[in-house]
Design a protein around this ligand. Structure first.
Ligand code: FE2
Length: 272
């Protein structure tokens, strides 16, 4: 393990197709990019909404080091105790203290310690505390305990994510935006040395509307009636970023986009 590790961060994994896409493509990506740490956003993995202990265990068994979440954290009730179990799965740090789980974790490999922090935007999303205030508390807690820090800013608005990137520039290794499921083309290392992207995108069906079957989404928008949404199974892609950490703590040297289709055999795409 080098002192300048490489992190693969994978954007919101949507449904079973997203999970299979990640697990199928991960070994080759790991080798191609010489990845040391794999962090994924898993809040949409259970049929598009939430995550279960079984699915989280599958991700860990498949080589994921840490899981971040977001506004769908508590969709599956059974996840509550799991979030308190000490495993590296985190919900936004700026949620209410009374909500199950914790907002950051530390994962270690061969002596390199990576702090992973989850935040929720405050605009158009329900989060009990202000992300810009809570992150200062989290960074104080992590001070001296980690070599690098990755922040997943799960937020609706581009402005809020860009502001968080600037606020943390030079204080953390990377700020990656999630939630909107559409990858943005603004990735770069900011002047202070923090790798940044406004949205990483999603891992799952690109042939739908943010993961939902396109016909159902169109029907909902066309008729303004209640439509039951199902996860699309069309055109799976993995979307993520590779972050090259610097030998200097809390700094990055590069960030590259990973936008990769998965072309499974028909039975593999339909399987569980
Ligand atoms: Fe979300």
């Amino acid at each position: 393990m080098p002192t300048a590790p490489t992190i693969l961060f994978v954007g919101d994994i949507v449904g079973g197709l997203g999970r299979r896409t990640l697990l199928k493509l991960l070994p080759a990506l790991r080798e191609r990019h010489a990845v040391d740490f794999v962090v994924v956003n898993g809040e949409n993995i259970a049929g598009g909404l939430g995550i279960t202990p079984k699915l989280a265990d599958e991700l860990f068994a498949g080589g994921v080091d840490a899981i971040t979440l977001g506004n769908h954290t508590y969709r599956r009730q059974e996840i509550g105790p799991y979030l308190e179990s000490g495993k590296p799965i985190i919900r936004p740090a700026n949620y209410l203290a009374s909500q199950p789980g914790r907002g950051f974790c530390i994962v270690e490999k061969d002596g390199v310690r990576l702090g992973v922090v989850n935040l929720s935007g405050n605009l158009h999303l329900r989060a009990g505390r202000v992300a810009f205030l809570e992150i200062d508390n989290v960074l104080s807690e992590l001070d001296g305990k980690v070599d690098h820090i990755l922040v997943d800013m799960h937020a609706e608005l581009t402005s809020e994510k860009i502001a968080m990137g600037w606020y943390l520039d030079g204080r953390v290794t990377a700020v990656v935006g999630t939630h909107t499921h559409v990858p943005t083309a603004d990735l770069r290392v900011l002047p202070g040395g923090t790798a940044y992207i406004t949205d990483v995108g999603m891992t799952g069906p690109r042939g739908g509307v943010l993961g939902v079957k396109k016909e159902q989404s169109i029907e909902s928008m066309r008729t303004h009636m209640m439509v039951r949404f199902e996860t699309s199974e069309d055109d799976p892609w993995l979307m993520g970023v590779v972050i090259r950490c610097s030998e200097q703590p809390l700094r990055a040297t590069a960030i590259e986009q990973v936008l990769e289709p998965w072309r499974p055999a028909p039975q593999a795409a339909a399987g569980s």
